[in-house]
Ligand binder design. Structure first.
Ligand SMILES: *[C@@H]1O[C@H](CO)[C@@H](O)[C@H](O)[C@H]1NC(C)=O
Ligand SMILES: *[C@@H]1O[C@H](CO)[C@@H](O)[C@H](O)[C@H]1NC(C)=O
Length: 498
């Protein structure tokens, strides 16, 4: 029997090894963000962020009334995180810098010595282990001082952000070669201005569009700064990363509306940067102008770009980065029906999101698992924007449990990676990196500690915030080490079943 088992495993391994291997040079990583893991919200001279303010003043907004005050305590336990990363065999670690930890006033007049040392030590420890640091400059924890001046709706934020970027490039540019300026603008702007997440303001279709424009300009100015002053010295690469769901029409009649949803959620951010013409997607510009006119607005609620701004933003990238989790169906909302899920623009478009029963799992908040969605999305991005190198900067599955044996998550990674590989091999999409969200269970924003995305379980009741590798971590480590998406997966499943 044991012999038979070895033969079966051997056959499966050799079949898999021959066929399902990612190309040489393809890189695997995992990701976190500062507010979700660091804790230490008030140590040393750190300033207050909009998330500190939000969770402290509106505890009811978080499902378990928790905060990121301590989170995974990675401010103190980052050496353990680096060890976990080494055990995962990942090529890189994507983490973010807390703006108010580095610049306590929000402005570049004063740089925190402790803040600068914290990130510098982390970068050095990663490099020592051969793990590339990939840094996000902004992952949602805006200094409250800047929010008090209007945050992302104030055009001056493009300068404040560029000043912040300069401090970071000066401190770490010699050691960090891959940069993401801003994480998921569509969430920062559309969700941030529904009142649902920090800063908790309601200004849909107005504040959200000002935010959209200024985020693109802030990104572009930081990109141009790097291009002019740092790239010649360090040869690094810069982009921003967008949240991209995939959408399919509920019926054939919904096809046109579905295209509009893609334009609204994907191309609103990509067209200005990646298209040949630059600027807003024309269909979106027309739609909002028309709706604004019908509502008696003196001008479009979508603020226009000047030609100089179009030129500044167009081409401000070295790669195209996207975060992808799930797929939704699209149909026109009926009378009085309001569709709100993640992107509140569904209201603007008169769209009702839905799903297909076969995709549904028992996972709350991310119930749809549809691996084919990522391949279709990658094909769409290639079709729209050509052969730009694509970095998948987040992908993962959430659950409510704390199990170490998280077979559904391992299966999710296996099946999504399979589709990514098909996109590369069959569709010729230029995908270069794949990133798991997340290294650790962490403070999952308004879901507090109830939802888990971690390759590692974190015990939030223990003062040590004990980290334990899950089955999905073992699977992902095997993938990162061998670039073969099936070997370990088959091994573990067969071994369990026999
Ligand atoms: C920091 O915040 C904690 C609550 O998270 C509080 O107990 C502590 O007193 C604060 N420390 C300082 C120096 O304000
Ligand atoms: C989490 O930590 C607490 C406190 O140290 C401990 O009592 C508990 O058993 C731990 N839970 C797990 C699942 O290890």
């Amino acid at each position: 029997m044991a012999c038979m088992k070895a033969v079966i495993i051997g056959v499966l391994l050799s079949m898999a090894t021959a066929e399902r291997r990612f190309p040489d040079g393809f890189k695997f990583g995992t990701a976190t963000s500062s507010y979700q893991i660091e804790g230490a919200w008030n140590v040393s001279d750190k300033g207050e962020s909009i998330w500190d303010r939000f969770v402290h003043t509106r505890p009811e907004a978080v499902s378990d009334r928790s905060t990121g005050d301590v989170a995974c305590d990675s401010y103190n336990r980052w050496r353990e995180d680096v060890q976990l990363l080494e055990d995962l065999h990942v090529d890189y670690y994507r983490f973010s810098i807390s703006w108010p930890r580095l610049l306590p006033t929000g402005f570049a007049n004063r740089v925190s010595e402790d803040g600068a040392r914290y990130y510098g030590d982390l970068i050095d420890a990663l490099l020592e282990k051969g793990i590339e640091p990939v840094i996000t400059l902004y992952h949602w924890d805006l200094p409250q001082t800047l929010q008090d001046l209007g945050g992302w709706t104030n055009p001056l934020i493009t300068e404040w952000f560029t000043d912040y970027a300069r401090v970071i490039f000066d401190l770490y540019g010699d050691r960090v070669k891959t940069w993401l300026t801003i994480n998921e603008p569509v969430v920062v702007c559309d969700v941030g201005y529904t009142g649902y997440i920090a800063p908790g303001l309601e200004s849909e279709g107005r504040g959200s569009y000002l935010c959209t424009k200024h985020i693109l300009l802030a990104h572009a100015k930081a990109y141009r700064l790097y291009e002019a002053e740092y790239k010649p010295l360090y040869q690094g690469q810069v982009s921003l990363t967008n949240q991209m769901m995939w959408f399919v029409p509920e019926t054939e009649e919904d096809a046109e509306l579905t295209e509009l949803v893609k334009i609204y959620t994907i191309d609103r951010y990509c067209h200005p940067m990646f298209s040949a013409a630059g600027g807003w997607p024309p269909a979106l510009e027309r739609l909002i102008a028309q709706q604004s006119a019908e509502e008696g607005e003196p001008r479009s609620r979508l603020p226009p770009f000047t030609q100089d701004e179009i030129d500044l933003v167009r081409g401000s990238y070295d790669f195209l980065a996207l975060n992808h989790y799930t797929t939704r169906t699209v149909r026109r909302a009926g009378e009085g029906e309001v569709g709100t899920f993640l992107v509140d623009g569904f209201r603007e478009l008169g769209v009702m999101p839905g799903n297909i029963p076969e995709w549904l799992t028992s996972t709350p908040h991310q119930p749809e698992v549809h691996p084919g969605g990522i391949r279709a999305l990658l094909g769409y991005v290639k079709q729209q924007y050509g052969d730009v190198p694509i970095f998948i900067m987040e992908n993962g599955l959430t659950d409510l449990g704390t199990a170490i044996d998280d077979q559904p998550r391992a299966t999710y990674f296996r099946n999504y990676l399979d589709q990514v590989l098909l996109a590369i091999e069959e569709d010729g999409v230029n995908v270069r990196r794949y990133t798991v969200w997340s290294l650790l269970d962490n403070f999952e924003w308004v879901h507090g500690y109830q939802l888990h995305f971690g390759l590692h379980r974190v015990n939030f009741s223990s003062p040590q915030r004990t980290r334990t590798a899950r089955r999905s971590a073992r699977y992902y480590a095997a993938v990162a080490r061998t670039k073969d998406l099936d070997a370990q997966y088959h091994f573990e499943n067969i071994a369990d079943e026999l």
